[in-house]
Ligand binder design. Sequence first.
Ligand code: NAD
Length: 486
Amino acid sequence: MLEEVLMVKDFDFPVDAYIAGQWRKTAKTFTVRSPFSGETVAEVADSGVAEAQAAVEAAVEAFKAWRALTAFDRAKVLRKWNELLLSHQEELGRLTALEMGKPITEAKGEVLYAASFVEWSAEEGLRVNGEVLQSRFPNKRQMALYEPVGPVYAVTPWNFPTSMITRKAAPALAAGCPIILKPAEQTPLCALYLAKLWEEAGGPAGTLQVLPALDPVPVSKVLMEDIRIRKITFTGSTAVGKILYRQGADTLKRISLELGGNAPFILFEDADLEKAVQFTLLSKYRNAGQTCVTTNRIYVHKRLESDYADALAEAVAGLKVGDPLDPTTNVGPLVEQQGLDKVRAHVEDALAKGAKVKTGGKALGGLLYAPTVLTGIQPGMRVLEEETFGPVAPLMPFEDEEQVIAWANGTDYGLAAYIWTRDLSRAFRVAERLEYGIVGVNDPVPSAMGSNLPFGGYKSSGLGREGGHWGLEEYLETKFVSFLLP
Ligand code: NAD
């Protein structure tokens, strides 16, 4: 299939670093491979210290003019960028399938989600109004103004290679902040393509820059140590988020962290079984389970356990696994060997401790892993306690509401949780007690097309929110101005 598909050279865009409005070659390159076929997709610029330093200088320079534009003029560029994203949905979808293995139909859906942040931010930027305040003194006039925080450094993951970028870049740019992006080493191509579209939209030099790098550390060090970079926004693992949090302390950067999860999916005895099965497929097997909000563990009421396990296993066995470029594929490969090894290790650990395979439970060659349902799950198994990040659903029975809430909350993470019930009082009661930033009540994808909604986690799942006015406020400083009248 891959040979029939346009390779990157046919996409007609540079795979260099994008700095100060120029496409720059670097001393070294690194290889981006298809996780499905193992074939080389592109040799991409490998940025280091020199590129990072040049990007900082360009961002500092670009900030002066970009912040001075009216929000209306910034919105014009963002609107154009949005149009270009939408008209290049096919190319971006295909790039996503090629470089990270997301099934093409899903990948094209992600482009719409990515564009929605640009559309939303263009409009929301027009509503950054400031406030005139009441004063305690008759001869004072006082106000709060909002200003862009300054040049921003963004680090993004591979699992949503377009939307995790626009979720940061669009509000930053709308607020008046230039942004320097270091995309995940697995998925630099979508990032570069977005930069090309930004350039085409008329985005001024230095406002959006992309530094692809195989080793994130040297680039990151330059950006984290420079006091002129006023904000770091990161999406990725909790371990790396903590490193950046510590590093940001020396220059007191504003920080937003979107980190890992361990989402519980609680199926109460009155849940609609048929819908719950369909929704489990969406919440668990989308992107081969490699989403931060993916259901990681399923607690099912004892009365439903057996029927649900049978129906789920049957539906899961019907998922088509394979080539991400085939529009009928439901589940593609894991992104890399490390991911596959983790999935295997979690399943082996569960089986060694008494779990049973209801369906799947094995690798299928390459980086493919069979969509899996496990039963007989008990506390102490890694599938319950860690983020598996793969197409594995562990089912654990429960009987008591209090008990299941305690289990659901018994993790350091707090990103997304799901509950299934037809009892409205229970829905409110449980949703309020779950220590999570996002709760889906009979809703498997609460954040779908959610550019206007708050997205973010409690506890070790992060700091701050993306999306909606919350997302834009992360890029604003508040300035208080007081006028004493003569
Ligand atoms: P990762 O933390 O390994 O990598 C994320 C990014 O950080 C990459 O760009 C990587 O190059 C960079 N990075 C790694 N080490 C670094 C360092 N020492 N200094 C600076 N940058 C460094 O995560 P991943 O495996 O790419 O992504 C999967 C994780 O992301 C999962 O835990 C998932 O839950 C999380 N995630 C969270 C959200 C959210 O919104 N909360 C969304 C998507 C993914």
